[in-house]
Design a protein around this ligand. Structure first.
Ligand code: NDP
Length: 276
């Protein structure tokens, strides 16, 4: 697979989703957030991953407008939060997100977590937003196979993306396999395990062989695994550096060594055991 800065993943409906994006969770200080997103857009990112829960949709929209880029050249994902779920509530929450973003449409809208009583109805509302052309692609986040099956039983349009926690300590092989069969693209959240993998000796050894950093090796592992990846950084130099992953390729053997770091270890919650 030939990968470059502008590589995209074609979703089931033909929409092209940039394979690398900036995650903006825990960016709460407006000026710093705006600066981080602008740095990303100025340096080649074309995909921003936000959520109503992150309380920075306003800054995301502002950075998009401040950039000299055409709206259609930037891919924006946002998510409906747990307390806003259900059919009518999701439609309302979307309207609020759109208003905060100050945009006319969102590229991808996701159910943030599968809240037992509401996630199927939440996804029905996302389907409606798609039919109304207010979003370009439908999706979910933190959905296990059984959640996706429950949605599939009711939906006319299957989710095109599932955003899940995924990194070398949690490789999610079975869920990835199921999603590949159903043409559901995977986005990896906490792709660097929230920074917790950067001291891992095997990753240090592998990355140094290529003259790269552990962060580069991990991001490259996601990309070569056909995963969409959204590393977060508030630090301008890291934002730029995380995109510097297109001048090397991990060998098949190194990919296997990274796969073998899996411990099924989560940094976040298990979607079947939510503590909300
Ligand atoms: P990441 O795995 O992306 O790690 C972010 C941490 O790594 C930050 O502390 C950052 O520091 C640090 N970091 C980033 N790049 C480098 C680098 N090159 N060298 C050293 N340190 C680095 O964690 P996130 O949890 O933020 O996940 C990424 C995105 O995924 C989120 O921002 C969000 O968009 C999404 N997400 C979605 C969830 C969901 O439920 N759907 C849940 C969690 C995240 P610093 O910022 O200080 O530079």
């Amino acid at each position: 697979m030939e990968l470059h800065k502008n590589s995209t993943k074609r979703l089931a409906n033909g929409i092209e989703m940039p394979r690398i994006g900036l995650g903006v969770y825990k960016m709460t200080e407006p000026d710093i957030t705006l600066q981080a997103i602008s740095t990303a857009l100025d340096n080649g990112y074309r995909h921003i991953d936000t959520a109503s829960f992150y309380a920075n949709e306003k800054e995301v929209g502002e950075a998009v407008r401040n950039s000299k880029l055409a709206r259609e050249d930037i891919f924006i994902t946002t998510k409906v939060w747990n307390t806003d779920q259900g059919y009518d509530q999701t439609l309302k929450a979307f309207e609020k997100s759109l208003e905060l973003l100050g945009l006319e449409y969102v590229d991808l809208y996701l159910t943030h977590w599968p809240i037992k009583e509401t996630y199927v109805d939440t996804y029905r509302a996302i389907e409606r937003l798609y039919e109304e052309k207010l979003i370009r692609a439908t999706g979910v986040s933190n959905h296990h196979q059984h959640h996706l099956e429950a949605i599939a039983a009711k939906a006319n349009i299957q989710p095109m993306v599932n955003q899940i926690e995924c990194h070398p300590r949690l490789t999610q092989v079975d869920l990835r396999q199921y999603c590949a069969e159903k043409e559901i693209a995977i986005t990896s959240w906490s792709p660097l395990a929230r920074g917790g993998l950067l001291e891992e000796p095997i990753l240090q050894e592998i990355s140094s062989k290529y003259g790269k950093s552990p962060a580069h090796a991990i991001i490259r592992w996601h990309l070569q695994s056909d995963l969409i990846v959204i590393p977060k950084s508030i630090t301008p130099s890291r934002i730029i550096d995380n995109l510097d992953v297109f001048d090397f390729e991990l060998s098949a053997e190194d990919m296997k060594r990274i796969d073998a770091l899996n411990l099924n270890e989560r940094t976040g919650m298990d979607p079947d055991n939510l503590k909300f």
